[in-house]
Write a protein that binds this ligand. Structure first.
Ligand code: ATP
Length: 373
């Protein structure tokens, strides 16, 4: 449910529904409901930081909290997940803080219950994050998050060997491909699909066939196909040639870790977990930070909120607030570039002071300049 301002439609012609309000209410401050999945460790500080930043935005984010702390999960069991699923389905977008994996992994439960079939993981060089790789990296990995060999129980054949069944389904491939090409259309980027289609002819052949079909519906988006092993080398040799990379489950897993290793940003990135409707349009999107709960620094005002700010930026992008999303991302990264950093990145800022700096910068960038006298 949303109310508020419209403006030119930056999503026009994409596969994303434009969630921004229209009509008579369009002069009000736009409001978006966001499910906030509260977590463990530094989750509480990160939530405070997100709220402080949200207060500085020209849109109103109405947070619907769901308590996913370990304590509450243990006390309420499935009821917590029922509540989370209901809230996320209603708001369509959610921000999740890190959670401890104990009896179950909340990420896995939510992925299964919400049918989150695609992961979008942007990986880019983050100022201040030490890395051995000297080149600039800026790629969006769009990964089919189901099937492949990961849903395969495998089977021993006597003592002599084992078999495994690799499953590729048309539906999630179509969803991921339409998302990747929609993202490319929205951002003016190119799509590379990568697989081992010359060897895995049935599975990867199906994947590339679907990618080609979808590419035909986006004639303005450049598309090329790479063999996955060659792609890994090429990303290292010429990272600037790659923008959006569309891959099957296990390839996406390998590529994400390699790219994060290159960018040095294993913990500073964010990702989107996506579920789709029957027309392959995003139905719900759950955004989270890549790092864990960092119990060693919890409650000390030391947590670096960069990753959760980048997740918030992706969420704003998803609801169609492109300028606000971009201001959140660029303000955060530019401040890091200028040396305004928390202790984990060699700086001296606390969670609160870093957050205040980002909020002030976002506000400055989004406030229209006063007309000259
Ligand atoms: P979990 O079990 O939830 O994965 P963990 O501590 O094993 O937690 P991370 O949370 O990823 O794994 O933390 C690894 C290291 O990085 C820890 O020393 C932690 O303090 C630090 N760290 C992780 N996230 C942040 C953050 N947002 N800000 C500052 N330091 C962080």
């Amino acid at each position: 449910m949303r109310t508020g301002a419209g403006g030119p439609d930056p999503c026009k012609g994409t596969l994303w529904p434009d969630r921004r309000p229209k009509g008579i209410l369009s002069t009000m401050r736009p409001t978006y409901q966001v499910t906030e999945l509260l977590g463990d460790g530094i989750g509480e500080e990160l939530s405070r930081a997100v709220h402080a930043l949200a207060d500085a935005l020209p849109v109103r984010l109405e947070f619907l909290p769901v308590d996913l702390t370990l304590e509450n999960r243990r006390a309420r069991k499935d009821a917590v997940y029922d509540e989370a699923v209901e809230a996320i389905t209603a708001t369509t977008v959610a921000l999740k803080y890190p959670t401890v994996t104990a009896e179950e992994s909340p990420n896995q439960v939510l992925r299964r219950r919400l049918d989150l079939s695609v992961i979008h993981r942007p990986v880019y060089t983050i100022p201040g994050v030490p890395t051995n790789f000297r080149r600039e990296l800026d790629i969006d990995i769009v990964r089919i998050a189901t099937g492949g060999t990961y849903d395969d129980p495998g089977r021993l054949i006597g003592d002599g060997g084992a078999v495994s069944l690799r499953i590729v389904e048309r539906k999630p491939v179509l969803e991921a491909a339409r998302y990747a090409f929609g993202l490319a259309r929205k951002t003016g980027k190119r799509v590379t699909s990568a697989s081992k289609y010359t060897i895995q002819k049935a599975t990867d052949g199906l994947f590339e066939g679907v990618a080609k079909e979808v590419a035909a519906a986006f004639p303005e988006v450049p598309h090329n196909v790479e063999l996955f092993d060659a792609l890994l080398g090429k990303v290292i040799m010429s990272p600037e040639k790659f923008q959006i990379i569309l891959v099957l489950n296990e390839y996406g897993d390998f590529l994400s870790d390699m790219a994060c290793g290159l960018a040095g940003s294993l913990g500073v990135g964010a990702s989107a977990n996506l579920a789709f409707d029957a027309a392959a349009v995003v139905r719900v999107a759950l955004f989270d930070a890549a790092h864990g709960t960092a119990p060693d620094i919890a409650g000390k005002n030391l947590a670096n909120p960069t990753a959760i700010f980048l997740a918030l930026s992706m969420l704003l992008y998803q609801v169609g607030e492109i300028a606000v999303a971009s201001a959140v991302k660029s303000s955060t990264l530019d401040l890091l570039r200028q040396g305004v950093r928390t202790r984990d990145l060699g700086g001296s800022e606390s969670t609160d002071t870093f957050t205040a700096a980002v909020a002030a910068e976002v506000s400055r960038r989004l406030t229209p300049a006063a007309p000259a006298a």
